[in-house]
Design a protein around this ligand. Structure first.
Ligand code: ADP
Ligand code: MG
Length: 246
């Protein structure tokens, strides 16, 4: 993949999210520099998905600020923001009744307002980049889980995002399909896209991330380069978490 990317820094400042009486994010500060990759790790229920959803405003914070490229985007048009911040989910979220190609073409037409020819050209190029040019006419259900996830990544990339969010993108995949998706994500990181990756793949976090953030109970408890967090965890909570997952 050689396409040049225009990426942005991302910053969350003192973000709080409550669901009723449950405070799910309790003052989250996170800064990811342009072109860098941060992996977010932590136990189930610690707020990782909610944090990611705040970055493209699928979740609106109760308080705090979100900055893209240094500019606050909490009061801008969320649809415009979502063109700049792509997201890939655990369960792909493809349109099951449309072809693989249409899954990429339709959002380009409806969101980017592109004509059919231009949208198709971009979609075919993105499919080729993820190694699935020959799958264009098929329904998603004809593809393996790993291939479906690569289609979802191609669909997000077709929007030319400045930031990509991955929420456990490989958790639903059979083990032998995980590597292809992780390799694709590592390729995006090396191309200079800004990535925030929620993952249980500690090998990916160690090898690809510039920084790792450990969340517990709605807060980032510890953050730093992977070697520091994995080899020298300071907080007892991170030590306990790592002893369970490594
Ligand atoms: P993680 O991704 O780390 O597993 P989540 O961000 O999904 O954590 O969830 C954090 C907490 O917020 C959990 O206790 C979860 O049950 C709760 N939660 C998440 N979304 C909602 C919602 N829409 N309404 C109520 N509670 C929610
Ligand atoms: Mg989650």
């Amino acid at each position: 993949m050689t396409t040049a990317v225009r990426s942005s820094s991302v910053e969350l400042r003192d973000v709080h999210v409550r669901f009723g009486t449950l405070e799910v994010l309790r003052g989250v500060d996170l800064r990811v520099e342009r072109g860098r990759t941060t992996c977010v790790i932590g136990p189930s229920g610690s707020g990782k998905s909610t944090l990611l959803r705040c970055v493209n405003r699928l979740q609106e914070p109760d308080s705090g600020d979100l900055l893209l490229d240094g500019e606050s985007v909490v009061r801008t048009d969320p649809d415009a923001l979502r063109q700049r911040v792509g997201m890939v989910f655990q369960h792909f979220n493809l349109f099951g009744h449309r072809s693989v190609l249409d899954n990429i073409v339709l959002p380009l037409r409806s969101v980017k307002k592109l004509g059919k020819e231009e949208a198709t050209e971009i979609a075919r190029a993105r499919l080729a980049e993820v190694g699935l040019a020959d799958k264009a006419p098929y329904r998603p259900s004809a593809l393996s889980g790993g291939q479906q996830q690569r289609v979802a990544i191609a669909r997000a990339l077709a929007m030319d995002p400045e930031v990509m969010l991955f929420d456990e993108a490989t958790s639903a995949l059979d083990p032998e399909l995980v590597k292809g998706v992780l390799d694709l994500m590592a390729g995006l990181a090396s191309r200079g896209l800004t990535l925030i990756v929620v993952t249980h793949e500690m090998g990916f976090a160690r090898n690809v991330a510039d920084e790792v953030a450990f969340m517990d109970a709605g807060r980032i408890v510890e953050q730093g380069p992977p070697a520091q967090l994995f080899d020298n965890p300071r907080s007892p909570r991170l030590q306990r978490f790592l002893s369970q997952v490594l």
